[in-house]
Design a protein around this ligand. Structure first.
Ligand code: FMN
Length: 318
């Protein structure tokens, strides 16, 4: 499947480590049929060496169109990982060239590839020759400014990348400050492939407003515990609290299929702020859920909240 087979604008779930696993992606798909899903990143050498890491390749057929994101530094490892991923039948492979985490950059992975353009291109070429999947790259504006963005991305385009996503911050910025999209619009005028904008998108409407000459956008943090963020509000009403709690429970049960109880309970905390908000006592409920000693009490609390929904007042504050 090619990008041109998909409906524009390309509205995508951004890859987020520890967040966009198959359980969450299935929930996003349940709510939004058109969203293009990206997995959290996985290290290519880990994929080759470890059966445990390879479990991250598992996904549900409903997730299509689905991209698997990988990171690393060695073109040969990328080629081997690409063949494994192709066997799983995904739509494409996204290569991470933007992660600013110290551990990742010190190993010359992620953002470090913006400074090592030759290796970045060799990686793209290795993946392209190893498989017939679409190959995309997600990167940032640059190391400390956007001066090299166009030349870097032109090289990636020549190496065979079929789509680029740009997070509108530099490596140096990390997650600080506001994302700037101006250099992304300019980049698009200098390339022939689709370009997606990313950074600080609030919701579908905001993404469409920011998009301008781009081909689509990715939403990351605002989607955590809010799989409705991709919906066009002119077509779909805001989900009510009952729906939000029901979907949160469904999400938890999917997470349990891939994680043991104590890990699922801990990991699910990061989604609670998104699901359980906007009504009186939401904060108190979240605290109770966070402290639930085991799954049984967690699920009882959720059921209890669902039963009481009609008693809550809507509020912006909590
Ligand atoms: C918890 C977390 C994990 C992330 N993991 C990844 C990742 O695995 N791969 C990647 O390319 N970007 C990753 N990102 C960056 C996001 O994909 C996105 O570029 C960034 O959050 C900006 O978009 P947003 O403002 O919509 O969140 C991560 C971000 C967060 C908050």
């Amino acid at each position: 499947m090619a990008w041109s087979d998909l409906k524009q604008p390309y509205v995508c779930l951004a890859p987020m480590d520890g967040v966009t696993n198959t359980a969450f992606r299935q929930i996003v798909r349940k709510i939004s049929k058109q969203v293009i899903l990206f997995s959290e990143f996985t290290n290519v050498d880990g994929l080759i060496r470890s059966e445990y890491v390879r479990q991250r390749l598992n996904y549900h057929p409903s997730e299509h169109p689905f991209f698997m994101q990988i990171f690393g530094n060695n073109p040969k490892s990328f080629a081997e990982a690409a063949r494994m991923i192709e066997d799983r039948g995904v739509m494409g492979i996204d290569i991470n060239m933007g992660c600013p985490a110290k551990k990742v950059v010190h190993s010359q992975h992620g953002s470090a590839l913006m400074k090592d353009v030759d290796t970045a291109c060799r990686i793209v070429e290795a993946v392209r020759s190893a498989c017939s999947l679409q190959v995309s790259v997600k990167t940032r504006l640059g190391w400390s400014n956007a001066d090299n963005l166009i030349s870097f991305c032109r090289r990636l385009e020549s190496a065979g990348v079929s789509l680029l996503t740009i997070h509108g911050r530099t490596y140096k910025q990390g997650f600080k400050g506001q994302a700037s999209w101006d250099a992304i619009y300019e980049l698009k005028n200098n390339l022939n492939i689709p370009v997606l904008g990313n950074g600080d998108v609030e919701d579908y409407y905001d993404g469409c407003q920011r998009m301008k000459n781009l081909d689509g956008f990715m939403i990351g943090r605002k989607a955590i515990g809010n799989p409705w963020v991709f919906q066009d509000r002119q077509k779909y009403p805001e989900p009510n609290l009952f729906t939000r709690i029901s979907v949160a429970m469904e999400h938890y049960h999917l997470l349990r299929k891939i994680k043991p109880e104590h890990i699922a309970l801990k990991e699910f905390r990061k989604y609670l702020g998104g699901y359980i908000q906007g009504f009186s006592h939401a904060k108190a409920f979240r605290c109770q859920l966070m402290e639930a000693p085991n799954e049984q009490s967690f699920l009882l609390l959720m059921e209890d909240m669902k039963a009481k929904v009609s008693h809550f007042r809507l509020s912006q504050a909590s």
